[in-house]
Design a protein around this ligand. Sequence first.
Ligand code: CDP
Ligand code: CDP
Length: 226
Amino acid sequence: AGNRINIAIDGPAGAGKSTIARMVAGQLNYIYIDTGAMYRAVTLAAQRAKVASSDEAALEQLLKKIQITLLPGDEGQLVWMNDEDVTGAIRKHEVTEQVSYYAAQRVVREVLSQWQRELAATKGVVMDGRDIGTAVLPSAELKIFLTASVSERASRRFKQLKPHEQMDLETLEKSIATRDELDKQRDISPLVQAEDAILLDSTGKSIDEVVQEVVNLGRCKMAGEN
Ligand code: CDP
Ligand code: CDP
């Protein structure tokens, strides 16, 4: 009931943004948009084309050639780039290690933010990323900044590792911390909590607890309460 709103969920790596955002969207019958998947897809395309993150002109050309489509799937969102399913490829270690460098480039952020705004033009979207509440959808009715301690985030990610991508917990924690630092330090739309975002620390909380909190906050906004 009530008016459809847009929900922005930002925060560091492994905080549970995509898990929570997808489930909140499911409960509210909203559309879930994973903006990190878009940055990952661009990174994959650049790596394949051997375009360095510092080469703005080549990145601009590359961006003109790619179309990213997000589709709902049984076990999460499917990501297509042009006519290829890249859902698995964009989660590979090589992409994860490089994505923050490509995501720091102005041309990449401008193009992707524009696509993201178009996807949210019709309200009823739950979008997760790093700069949704601050830069992409500054007028989103509900903004959540989702965090958890770095050790909890690392151990959550550790449990998600597939057999072929094993890594020790310590290396994983370092990799997460490095990426957070790069995302916070960049010049253009860095990772930072929006002034009007609600801070939600999920350390020690279950997925269902967090989902319910966000859904309740969303329903209040939809009903026009604060
Ligand atoms: O799921 P995970 O936390 O590993 O990361 P992600 O959400 O898939 O995002 C991957 C990377 O894309 C981040 O580390 C950022 O460098 C970049 N990103 C961004 O700059 N802005 C966004 N709105 C979303 C992701
Ligand atoms: O998107 P982001 O990188 O923020 O996190 P994610 O890919 O959703 O990964 C978070 C992992 O932590 C998933 O395996 C979840 O099942 C788990 N988790 C959670 O998201 N929230 C909790 N309160 C507890 C566990």
